[in-house]
Design a binder for this molecule. Structure first.
Ligand code: 523
Length: 139
């Protein structure tokens, strides 16, 4: 029996998300898709490719989505398991060059601690808010 092939494809990779903080403000990006997430705000990022490190995925995704160069990648917050089997992880990264532009998002916004508590984040990113607050306050 072709049981192996009948099994649904399980995605085991990582989705990376970037916390970029400049002068006490965190960069958020407004999603355009899928329809159920359109209009909600997220830490920008995306799916790591096979064999790609989280740091490389962050650098590639932010180059593609924001037109900036970043470095670093210290973890923030907890892992978020996604329904497709992937895991979503947030990382603190530093802007190296460029000014973020909404190349793949509806809009970008720099939020302070108060605004972070008020903006409509995608559900998956909401658990990171307490840690993001600490970063906005302390560093
Ligand atoms: N999230 C999410 N929060 C968040 C990111 C970057 C991603 O909840 N901060 C979710 C949304 C999707 C999945 O992770 O369910 C993949 O993210 P996506 O769609 O931004 O990844 P891309 O850009 O690699 O995917 P394509 O649109 O297919 O290019």
């Amino acid at each position: 029996m072709p049981e192996e092939r009948a099994r649904p494809v399980e995605n085991t990779g990582e989705v990376v998300a970037a916390a970029i903080i400049v002068d006490g403000r965190l960069l958020l990006a407004q999603r355009t898709r899928p329809p159920e997430l359109a209009g909600l705000w997220e830490l920008p990022g995306g799916k790591a490719e096979a064999g790609e490190s989280a740091e490389d995925a962050l650098r590639r995704e932010l180059r593609e989505e924001l037109g900036v160069e970043v470095s670093g990648g210290d973890r923030i917050g907890d892992d978020v398991p996604l329904p497709d089997g992937r895991v979503l992880r947030a990382y603190r990264v530093q802007l190296v060059s460029g000014t973020p532009a909404a190349l793949d998002h509806a809009e970008l916004r720099w939020v302070d601690e108060r605004e972070l508590g008020e903006i409509d984040l995608v559900g998956n990113d909401r658990g990171w808010v307490p840690d993001l607050r600490l970063h906005l306050n302390g560093r």
